[in-house]
Design a protein around this ligand. Sequence first.
Ligand SMILES: [Zn+2]
Length: 210
Amino acid sequence: MSVDASPAYHLPNNMGRIILLGMEEILGKDGLNAVLHKSGLPRWSGGYPPDDMHLGFSFEDLSRLQVALEDLYGARSGRGLALRSGRAGFKFGLRQFGQQLGLNEVSFRLLPMSEKLPQGAELLAGLFNQFSDERVRVERCETHILWHIERCPVCWGRESQDPLCHLAVGLLQEALYWVSGGKNFIVEETACIARGDPACTIAIDRQPLD
Ligand SMILES: [Zn+2]
């Protein structure tokens, strides 16, 4: 963990809650409890963070959960589980923030797919930028949408040769699946702050696989 004097950054409690609910769906209650204990965060095993917008779920907590997943299940399986947890978490997030995001509004639903994806990404980024300390910038390229996490809670304080933000990749995969009405896209983390890159960049292929 980083020992510099950087301020403590947080996600709102309800986003932390959504992440834990997503992890519970994939790992089961016992599995999640084991991860919480391993990560030194047993305070969340008795009850998840409250359903409010208070900035109470620290970047460090989220990063430690990812480390514990890899420690308990091995790097490869742990990363797969993080990805699936992110996908599951999006569904809980949609229940919580769907209306706020405006993804159900007719004006959004009627957009052509080529516009829907980048606009959906921008709406989602706006949610993080407005309500959490996470910072996301969306860049549109001809073939890809680039989701740049310029301040990232998932790999917070970690160092690695490989990208680590599988939870964020899973969340985006599910968001795209939902926004496109059931299509799958290639979503890949191409840069990671843990690797020394300036941002964690997730590249989304604008062309669906199916
Ligand atoms: Zn990251």
